[in-house]
Design a protein around this ligand. Structure first.
Ligand SMILES: [Zn+2]
Ligand SMILES: [Zn+2]
Length: 239
């Protein structure tokens, strides 16, 4: 499906064979959007990881859960992230969100789809993005999580559903403590009225750019389950 949004985004693309991350020009880049040097610096998360939140755990640990997940339960079934949130990945996500470079969804979307295939993350009844508050959406012009969720849906043939809305404006989450972050997000989401019946019995894939404390994923999952969803699985670019 090549819709209006996608055709519009294509106008913003950098020139062919240009690395999205460092803007180097190299014929070898083709349709991979990244040069070899930048790709080498991206650190993937590999097992052993917490079965719940995918935080790396000690090689010698006999626990299946990380220390965070042993203390606090999550509303989602499990969450997986492809990369560590640092270096090139962090820079790329920053450009994607704050520098009007929506086309990054192509690179990161492919990373998510490849990861889901490689790890057999499963089939889901609905792919749902974490929503932005409408004032933020107006300012940014696009929701990066929506672009990623649409990409996953297109490539995997799993239905897309923009069912959530953000009803509470929250301060920039990176500037607050973990506990304040959790409190700020309580009741921050709701299901769109027109979509209310859509969730019954569904296994949902919730898509976001970054997993930090899990508060956003938890609150969205809680809202989805309260409105009939059966289970929520989370995927993010990085954590
Ligand atoms: Zn590069
Ligand atoms: Zn964990």
């Amino acid at each position: 499906m090549k819709d209006y949004v996608e055709s519009f985004l294509e106008l913003l693309y950098p020139e062919k064979n240009t690395c999205f991350f460092c803007e180097t020009h190299d014929e070898a880049i083709c349709d991979r959007y990244i040069c070899k040097d930048c790709e080498r610096t991206m650190k993937k998360i590999v097992p052993p990881i917490c079965i719940k939140c995918s935080k790396p755990i000690d090689l010698n640990s006999h626990e299946e859960l990380c220390s965070d997940c042993r203390k606090h339960d999550h509303s989602f079934e499990m969450s997986r992230s492809v990369f560590f949130y640092e270096g090139t990945v962090k820079k790329g996500i920053y450009l994607f969100k704050y520098y009007n470079k929506p086309y990054f969804y192509r690179f990161f979307g492919k990373c998510l789809v490849d990861f889901m295939e490689d790890t057999s993350y499963g089939r889901f009844n609905l792919v749902v993005p974490v929503p932005l508050h409408r004032s933020k959406l107006r300012k940014r012009g696009y929701n990066q999580s929506e672009l990623l969720a649409r990409y996953i849906s297109n490539k995997t043939d799993m239905p897309y559903g923009d069912v959530l809305k953000r009803i509470k404006k929250t301060p920039k989450q990176s500037q607050v403590t973990k506990e304040d972050r959790r409190k700020n997000l309580i009741n921050a989401f709701d299901v769109k009225k027109s979509m209310a019946g859509l969730l019954t019995g569904k296994n949902v894939l919730l898509v976001d750019d970054v997993f930090t404390t899990g508060s956003t994923a938890d609150e969205c999952s809680k809202t989805l389950i309260k409105n009939g969803a059966s289970k929520v699985y989370v995927i993010t670019i990085a954590r």
